[in-house]
Ligand binder design. Structure first.
Ligand code: 13P
Length: 269
């Protein structure tokens, strides 16, 4: 399994040694023509130093992947292509599905796995998420594994237990040299899409819990390499509050990432 190749100019966070990763989850928005415009504008707005500071991945709908791949290649943009989902089998009679090897052929680097909307609307279980994590690594890509508790679970004090089950089921089968490459996005469900983000201390607590699970499974060396994003109503005003946190290495941005100007401001925050 190949590692994500880091461009020589990308600098890790000197405090943690980890590469920052800001990812735009466009969900079911922007057709391929709108996507081309958005990524061109984003590339125009970003300065070379922005790319050196943070790795950037864009996760558009499947229909946008091929045109964006061609554009990123031809204009040598330092933006990584991402997907929002994949099927766990490499091929077969699964009408309407897209496999990990198909995404890898499009130079996709990161695949979001187990987003709460997939879990909620498409009945994805922790076991489904686990098989997708395996499929993504088998195709030399990196999963962004989404975990997070509902408001009810938080109010009943079940946040840690929920994160434990989700993370443990998704990753515990991995050998340590693969486990350390995981990206986990802590996305409290109650903070998604409503405009009210988690408090930084709650995001940090979620990240500490997640890193702790890697520590228990594989020790501090692996745990120290895993990258953890925060997601849920991130915007240009609150982005820096999360990026300053010790255990947060990046952001998974939904609504605010649809507008290139606001995404650029988040990256520059
Ligand atoms: P919002 O940023 O729109 O809250 O969405 C977060 C999210 O679900 C990213 O995956």
């Amino acid at each position: 399994m190949a590692k994500v190749k880091y461009d020589m100019e990308l600098r890790p966070n000197p405090r943690s040694g980890r590469y920052r990763l800001i990812s735009a989850n466009w969900k079911m928005n922007l057709n391929h023509l709108e996507a081309i415009q958005a990524i061109q504008k984003l590339n125009f707005l970003l300065r070379p130093s922005d790319y050196s500071y943070t790795e950037i991945s864009i996760h558009p709908p499947f229909t946008d992947l091929r045109p964006l791949q061609l554009l990123i290649d031809s204009d040598r943009m330092r933006i990584r292509l991402g997907a929002q989902n994949c099927h766990h089998e490499p091929s077969g009679a699964f009408t309407g599905e897209v496999s990990a090897p198909m995404l890898a052929r499009l130079n996709v680097s990161y695949v979001i796995v187990g987003h709460s909307e997939r879990r909620q609307y498409f009945n994805e279980s922790d076991e489904t998420v686990r098989s997708k994590v395996k499929a993504v690594f088998n195709s030399q890509m990196t999963p962004i594994i989404c975990v997070g508790e509902s408001l009810q679970e938080r109010e009943q004090g079940e946040t840690e237990a929920k994160l434990r089950t989700q993370v443990d089921t998704a990753v515990s089968f991995l050998p340590p040299e693969i486990a350390e490459r995981c990206v986990v996005a802590y996305e409290p469900i109650w903070a998604i899409g409503g405009g009210i983000s988690a408090k930084p201390e709650d995001a940090e607590q979620g990240a500490v819990t997640i890193r702790g699970i890697f520590q228990e499974l594989w020790g501090s060396d692996v745990a120290g390499k895993v990258r953890i994003q925060y997601g849920g109503s991130v915007n240009p005003t609150n982005a820096a509050n999360f990026m300053q946190l010790e255990n947060i290495d990046g952001l998974l941005v939904g609504g605010a990432a649809l507008d290139p100007e606001s995404l650029a401001r988040i990256i520059q925050a």
